[in-house]
Structure formats: C-alpha cells, structure tokens
Design a protein. Structure first.
Length: 451
C-alpha cells in the first residue's frame, strides 16, 4: 500500500501543477465539435486537415460536455492521470521493479509540463492508445501470442482516428511484429485489429457524402499546400531542450534485452512523426512516455557504474536549471483564447443577433461562434491561417455574398506567422470594407453592420 501512496503523491503533484500553470486549450477542440453538432459537414463545410478524432464524429467533445475552458482543463488532467496509470502498470510489467516504475512516472511528471503539457491538443490524447499498443507489441515480440498482435493493431487503429501521423508508426510496428514472427497469421491478426475502426471512419464519411473532401484536406492538402506553407521549422534553443530530455535514447541500443530495445526505438521514432511538420513541443507528448521508460533502463544502468554517476548528476543539475526557468514563466491563471475581452465580445455578439444566427468573424478567435451560440456565414468555416486562406478565400467571399449576415466581427491587427491578415486575406478584407460599416468597437475589435 505504501508503494501505491508514492505513486499517488506523484500523480497528485502533477495534477496540482497543471492547475497552477497557464492553460492553452486549442480552439479547434471547441469549434469543430460544436459546428459538427450544428449539422455542418466536416471537410465539406468545415475545412480542416486533421483526422476526425473527437472533433468531427457523432460522438465528440461538444456532446461529451467539453464546452468551456474549465471543463477542458479537467480533460487534460484526466488524460495525464490516465497516462500515469498506464505508465506505472506497463513499467511494472516490463521491469518487474517498483523503483523503475516509479522513476518512469517521476520522469513523466518532470518533463510533461515542460514539453507544453499545459496545452490541450490532439497529441494529448495519443499516449492512452500508444502505450497499450507498445505493451502488446513488446509482449508479442518477447513471448508470442496472436491476441497481442490483434490488440496492438486495435490500439493503433484507435490512435489513427485522431491523427494521420500514426500511419508511419503503425507501419513500423507491423514490420517489427512481422520480423519476429514471419507468418501470415501475424499479418491477419494485426490488420484485423488495425483496419476496422479506420474503415468505419471512411465508411461514415462516404455515407454522409464527404469522402472526396476528406481525402483532399486530410491527404492532398497536407502533402502540398500545408507542407509548403504551414511547416514550422526547429529553432536552436528548442532543439537543445529536446536533445537534453531525449539524450537517454542514445543508450537504448546498449540494453541487454534487444527485443525491448528495438520495440522501444520503434515507438519513440514512430511517435515523433508530427514534429517533422511543425516543431512545437506539444507534438513530443506522444513519445514522452516511451522516453520515460527508456530513461528508467538507461539511467539506472549508468548509476550502477560509478564512472558514469557524474553524467547523471550533470543531467539532474541541467534539469533543475531548465525547470526553474520554465516555472517562472508559466505559473499563472492565464487561459489562452478565454480572456475577459474575448468573453466580453461573445456577450456583446448575443446582443446583436439571435441564437444560431449566421455572422462572420474576420480575425478574432473563431471559437467565438461557439461561445456566442452563432453560426458562420453561409455555414462555411475555416481557420484563417495563410495556408487555409489561399485555398478558401473565394469560397468565404461567396458565402458572405449569399448569406449577407447583418453582423461581422473584425480584427484587422491579427498577424499569423509574421503575416498580417489584411495582406494574405486582402480580397476578403476589401469585400467587408465595401459592404459593412463599423458600428462599435471593443479595443481593436470592430462590430460591423451591413450597409
């Protein structure tokens, strides 16, 4: 019982930290499920590049109750607690050593907040699928059992519903399993687990008539326009931090259990796929639990050899320095996109229009539709990033012409990736300027009525 109290203390401390940090829930997690529940068709009326996850399916975050920033923080906390439990159970099974299982959780506690763990995004959901997939993959490689192949495929199939970058990882896992058990049963069992849920997703989009649009946005757009204009490249200090946290990975090939080492490397490398498109720390969250498990094996091994203890001590000192800087800049009550000014704008919108009435937002945070219980003009929605606007600006202008909403909320000061919105969406801004006048302002936000 005392052992589990130690785990409880670690998890409780992690929960306490998450409630004290600033919070960044991605607006997509609010607006997409809301619009889906209002009857807008994903990919056909809601233009987006992501797989559906809990955003575009009949069961989504909106009808599951995540409708404001307070509930969203509890979702993040729940995901982190669940990851801790999985990490403890899986580490205990693999190492058969309580100390190492606790250390894995301690490592996760230390670095999860640092790697933008205060952000709630799609990547936050992936560890609860990838950790079981890892365990069943290693268990099969180590001891056999086709049911484990099926379960590994099943959890990877679940993860794929959330993010298409799981595909490279699933491919690597499939090759790994096939390498150790070269027979048709391995192939059949893996595909039997992996394919059903993605196939149901495709069938659903086919039935509601959006498969062609889904293919365009989730595949073609990602490989063309987004790959060229939406990428975020690594920056020097960010690379240094990641290398510092992930340095133990270099010791994996020297582990005695080669099957464990190879499986671990496959999941670490495969779950880093999202970082190649946009170098944000939150995209390292799916791989972090596996780095925690690797650190257990490596650091305990180094500590057992006196000549390497200085290396471990140096790691601890660097960790302490980085964390002190991190917490100085991230402790606070700020919640991105849910500040008082945004709430005031949402409240003001309700004075202008009726619930479910169509309006248009140009520049402000777009989950204002959800906060004000309104709909986008022409029931066409897209996030106003440069790489989206270059594909959809004409469609948005046409929607404004047809819908002719009486209210537009405009913020011309918005700059995305160093590009002013009034430059990359100039035609849209010109159309608004020509047909609407400013009736009221809150700061830089204009409430515009039809001329």
């Amino acid at each position: 019982m005392k052992k589990f109290l130690i785990l409880l203390v670690i998890v409780s401390l992690h929960v306490f930290i998450l409630f004290k940090l600033i919070f960044f829930p991605y607006p997509e997690l609010f607006i997409y499920p809301y619009l889906t529940d209002q009857g807008l068709l994903p990919y056909k009326q809601i233009f987006d590049q992501h797989f559906p996850g809990l955003m575009f399916l009949p069961i989504n975050l909106n009808n599951l109750g995540m409708t404001d920033e307070y509930i969203a923080r509890w979702w993040l906390v729940g995901l982190v607690v669940f990851t801790h439990i999985l990490l403890f159970l899986i580490s205990s099974k693999i190492f058969n050593d309580f100390k190492k299982a606790i250390f894995a959780n301690l490592f996760y506690l230390i670095w999860q907040p640092f790697l933008e763990g205060w952000v709630l995004w799609i990547d936050s959901f992936l560890p609860m699928f990838l950790l079981p997939a890892f365990y069943f993959s290693y268990s099969f490689v180590n001891k056999g059992g086709l049911i484990k192949v099926f379960l590994a495929g099943l959890f990877l199939g679940m993860a794929l519903l959330f993010k298409q970058v799981v595909i490279p990882l699933a491919g690597l896992v499939f090759l790994l399993l096939l390498y150790y058990k070269k027979n048709i049963n391995t192939v059949i069992c893996f595909l039997a687990g992996f394919l059903p849920l993605p196939s149901l997703m495709v069938a659903y989009f086919w039935v509601i008539g959006v498969f062609r649009e889904f293919w365009y946005w989730a595949v073609i757009f990602n490989l063309t326009t987004f790959a060229e204009h939406g990428r975020k490249f690594p920056f020097f200090t960010g690379v240094i931090r990641v290398v510092g946290i992930y340095f133990s990975v270099i010791g994996i090939p020297f582990l005695k259990d080669k099957k464990f080492a190879v499986t671990l490397l496959v999941f670490i490398i495969g779950s880093l796929s999202a970082t190649f498109a946009r170098f944000d720390f939150v995209h390292f969250q799916p791989s972090l639990p596996f780095v925690a498990i690797a650190s257990c094996a490596i650091l305990f091994k180094l500590w057992a050899k006196p000549k390497f203890r200085l290396l471990v001590i140096g790691y601890i000192l660097i960790t302490s320095l980085w964390l002190s800087i991190f917490y100085k800049g991230h402790i606070g009550g700020k919640v991105f996109f849910f500040d008082e000014n945004t709430k005031l704008i949402a409240s003001k919108i309700k004075h202008y229009v009726n619930p479910k009435e169509e309006i248009f937002l140009f520049g402000p945070v777009l989950h204002l539709y959800q906060m004000s219980n309104t709909l986008p003009a022409g029931k066409i929605f897209v996030f106003q990033f440069p790489w989206f606007i270059m594909e959809t600006e004409d469609s948005l202008i046409e929607a404004l012409r047809i819908s002719s909403p009486k209210l537009i909320i405009r913020d011309r000061s918005v700059i995305i990736e160093n590009q002013p919105i009034i430059e990359y969406a100039k035609k849209l801004d010109d159309h608004i300027e020509k047909n609407y006048y400013v009736n009221e302002k809150i700061g830089v936000t204009e409430f515009m009525l039809r001329k």
